[in-house]
Design a binder for this molecule. Structure first.
Ligand code: DUC
Ligand code: ZN
Ligand code: ZN
Length: 477
């Protein structure tokens, strides 16, 4: 009888701290031995000295999130998890979103119905709190945190989602009392509304004006305010989808003052610029409308620097799957809508890992260990899934990626999401996941999706374990 269900031989294993040569023995979906010359496995894969990293943990993506008609999410848990797996991600945390007037519990129950039996990889839920009633604050949120929904997103913009400062303080206070992680979308709503009104009055409605309505200072002001509110409550926060220099400066300022401010960025702020929204009034730019908007080359460099020097805690996809031409998308029935009616968000759940390995690691901008820290280990720690997820260690889930370093041209045709475009069409990459293994099962072999709907399990989250000592934060990193 074989000693293991699966042995990966001759791996160059990468964790957030080390790179080491080993075989990886897997039994019952977990890593049970790391060493050289391991015994036989029922299945064996020769990694042939290639890099093996933990499967990606994508802690910011939107799958089958209910939308206001006519907008629809192109990806559900089936297509979204399939796409994630083929791109080297083995755990996702999308959002159970409360709409105003709805109970939070109802939003969670509805989201479980949407996920149930569909995902091929493990998943957890963040909450979105858009209506913090006394019942939500005193009963529902504490109960849900205790059940494993230990993080929630707060919006400072969007009329149907945003909280005012007083409400943000109330929600942060719950996070503090119960040890949960608050994620904040930091853009100043009134500034956006005022700028949008002026642009519209001037007839400036093409997609490129989306970036004019959301300049860096709109993000800077809200980031500073979010940090100040968290300081008042004395609770850590995580600023999501940070796009450029001005928000980065606020986060560095907060840390230099000893505050626990974590930060997330996304590939769109490394690989797209505002020019991708259009240099003229072409509607193609709608494909890259997301919030905050992509900035410019100099800001891309600021984001790369922040990834390398520890400013950023995680890099997530913020996969927001809206079709361009297809149903419920950005170009509804071929109609060109004003920028402020274009659904905000771009697809990227399958491309996150390869973009960062190819351009970050192979491009010499970050180390392989930093890649693992940003794409897997810190995301798992931030949301209470570590060490089961996010590393290669005995006892952890056997969620692994074996990397193929090969030249390829990215096209939407190679992707497995249900979105009809990728913003990275035609981009040249130097790597792609050659094999993705989720809890010991091969779900992607480099050419074929081999996962099964329902193979992924719901993961209740523990409390975040990513709380560096205040002294380290104060070093200004
Ligand atoms: N914020 C997100 O996190 N995702 C899509 C759109 C947005 O504004
Ligand atoms: Zn957001
Ligand atoms: Zn998002």
């Amino acid at each position: 009888m074989a000693d293991f269900d699966l042995v990966i031989r001759n791996a160059q294993a990468v964790t957030a701290s080390d790179i080491f040569h080993c075989d990886i023995g897997v039994r019952d979906g977990r890593v049970v031995q790391l060493g050289l010359g391991l015994g036989a496995g029922t299945h064996e894969i020769d990694a042939a000295g290639r890099a093996v990293t933990p499967g990606g943990v994508d802690t910011h993506c939107h799958l089958d999130q209910p939308q206001a008609p006519p907008v629809v999410s192109a990806d559900d848990f089936l297509t979204g998890s399939r796409s994630a797996a083929c791109g080297g991600t083995t755990t996702v945390i999308p959002f159970a979103a409360q709409h105003k007037g709805q109970s939070l519990r109802e939003a969670v129950d509805d989201y479980h119905r949407r996920a149930n039996g569909k995902s091929c990889i493990d998943y957890a839920f963040h909450l979105i709190v858009s209506d913090p009633t006394p019942t939500v604050l005193k009963e529902e949120l504490p109960a849900l945190i205790a059940e494993g929904y230990t993080s929630f997103k707060i919006y400072m913009t969007y009329d149907d989602m945003k909280l005012d400062d007083r409400q943000i303080l109330e929600v942060l206070d719950v996070a503090r009392s119960h040890g949960a992680m608050a994620m904040i979308h930091a853009e100043n709503s009134d500034c956006i509304a005022w700028l949008t009104g002026r642009l519209q009055a001037a007839g400036k409605t093409a997609p490129r004006y989306h970036a004019h309505a959301r300049p860096l200072l709109v993000e800077r002001e809200a980031t500073h305010r979010a940090i100040a509110l968290s300081e008042l409550v004395d609770v850590p926060i995580l600023i999501v989808h940070v796009s450029g220099r001005e928000a980065v400066e606020q986060i560095r300022w907060g840390r230099a003052h000893g505050l626990q401010v974590f930060a997330e960025t996304c590939p769109q702020y490394l690989f797209l610029t505002a020019e991708d929204l259009g240099i003229d009034d072409s509607y193609e730019g709608a494909k890259c409308v997301c919030s905050p908007p992509p900035r410019d080359k100099a800001n891309q460099q600021v984001i790369w620097d922040g990834l390398a020097d520890g400013l950023f805690t995680v890099i997530s996809s913020d996969h927001a799957p809206y079709n361009f031409e297809g149903e419920g998308g950005k170009h509804p029935a071929g109609e060109e809508v004003p920028f402020n009616h274009i659904p905000n968000g771009i697809p990227g759940i399958e491309t996150r890992m390869a973009l960062l390995w190819s351009e970050g690691v192979l491009g010499g901008r970050i180390t392989p260990q930093k890649f693992v820290e940003l794409t897997a280990t810190n995301p798992a720690k931030a949301y209470g899934l570590h060490p089961r997820k996010g590393t290669i260690a005995v006892g952890g889930d056997a969620d692994l990626v074996i990397w193929d370093e090969r030249e390829l041209v990215l096209t939407n045709g190679m992707l497995h999401h249900a979105v009809d475009y990728t913003p990275y069409e035609g981009m040249r990459l130097a790597a792609w996941p050659g094999t993705t293994i989720a809890r010991g099962q091969v779900v992607w072999d480099g050419t074929r999706y081999l996962g099964q709907a329902g193979q992924g399990r719901f993961l209740p989250c523990g409390l975040p374990t990513l709380l560096p000592a205040r002294r380290e934060m104060a070093a200004g990193r």
